[in-house]
Design a protein around this ligand. Structure first.
Ligand SMILES: NC(=O)c1ccc[n+]([C@@H]2O[C@H](COP(=O)([O-])OP(=O)(O)OC[C@H]3O[C@@H](n4cnc5c(N)ncnc54)[C@H](OP(=O)(O)O)[C@@H]3O)[C@@H](O)[C@H]2O)c1
Length: 292
């Protein structure tokens, strides 16, 4: 088996640091394009090659992508302001696509949310900023470079972000069950998609194999990640009293309203068929995440 090479843009993020480590564990030769190479060096395994570039600077991407055949894009858009002049996931991706074409990149993969594939799962509307990401994904499709898009359900990793002083806070009514995925599952799928002709020009939903309610998933996660964390559920309106900057509070409020209306069906048969089944339960994932 030939060794696999992958370039990642956005490897130093909350989910992507774990994804990158898992890809290295799979034996993938990873090159990371980072705007802050020192941060990347600190966060990522020693074997990862790090190249400095910023997605707002097309020239920097031109040289950073030299020699890349497969690229994974992992950026983010956490805002309710739809009138900014630059978004990494739209204008940034346009720059990446130009540099990828110039460098004859053969395959581009990208993370997205399940709302972009199955809007009907969302009874309370969807996160507004998805249109920014979708515009960026359209640039990738229009480039003619074969692509693989991963439309992910809620990541169990995100429970860690809800913790403050040994309590984890959920907001609003969360009556439905979700097929929680996690960063290790996505990394396993990315690994299987590298140099895999089946994965070209595919739109893969990424879901776990078990439907669990938010409170139950959080309880099972923390029992294994950190049992001293207590779970609290608060009304969404409390978000405005947390002292967050207004724009952050607005985004967070939108996230919880949308999450309360998320009612998924299982739609990931083809993903499992092409890229393999999930390898761990939510408990096993939490334990693995705790061990780092
Ligand atoms: N949380 C969930 O449940 C969920 C569900 C479905 C999908 N997702 C998807 O997950 C993604 C977010 O993942 P995350 O939390 O890991 O993201 P994140 O922590 O915000 O990481 C974003 C990455 O982008 C890099 N970046 C930002 N600006 C850049 C620039 N100008 N040039 C180069 N790199 C730049 C960041 O680098 P720095 O480290 O230098 O800032 C970082 O590595 C989103 O696409 C979202 O749709 C999440």
């Amino acid at each position: 088996m030939l060794s696999k090479n992958l370039t990642i843009i956005g490897a130093t993020g909350f989910l992507s640091t774990t994804i990158t480590r898992q890809l290295v564990n799979h034996g993938v030769n990873v090159r990371v394009i980072a705007r802050n190479p020192d941060k990347a060096r600190e966060a990522l395994p020693d074997s990862v090659e790090i190249v400095k570039a910023d997605v707002s600077d097309e020239q920097s991407l031109m040289s950073a992508l030299e020699g890349t055949s497969t690229l994974y894009i992992h950026l983010n858009t956490e805002t309710t302001d739809m009138d900014l002049p630059f978004y990494t996931e739209r204008e940034g991706v346009a720059n990446i696509v130009k540099a990828a074409k110039a460098n004859r990149v053969e395959h581009i993969m990208q993370i997205a949310g399940i709302e972009s594939l199955h809007e009907e799962f969302f009874q309370n509307g969807v996160i507004e900023s998805r249109v920014i990401r979708e515009a960026g994904m359209q640039f990738i499709k229009d480039s003619g470079i074969p692509y693989t898009f991963f439309y992910c359900s809620f990541f169990a990793d995100s429970f860690v972000r809800l913790v403050e002083n040994d309590s984890a806070y959920l907001f609003g009514e969360l009556p439905h069950e979700t097929y929680f995925t996690n960063s290790l599952q996505l990394a396993d799928h990315i690994n299987q998609a590298i140099q895999n002709p089946k994965a070209l020009n595919q739109h893969y939903p990424v879901q776990g194999d078990e439907a669990i309610s938010f409170p139950e998933a959080a309880r099972r996660f923390f029992t294994n990640y950190d049992p001293k964390v207590a779970l609290e559920t608060l009304p969404i309106a409390v978000i405005n009293e947390l002292g967050l900057p207004a724009s952050e509070a607005q985004f967070l409020q939108q996230v919880w309203e949308v999450s309360g209306g998320l009612k998924e069906r299982f739609v990931s048969e083809k993903t499992y068929w092409d890229l393999g089944e999930p390898q761990r339960s939510i408990e096993e994932f939490a334990s693995q995440l705790r061990l780092g």
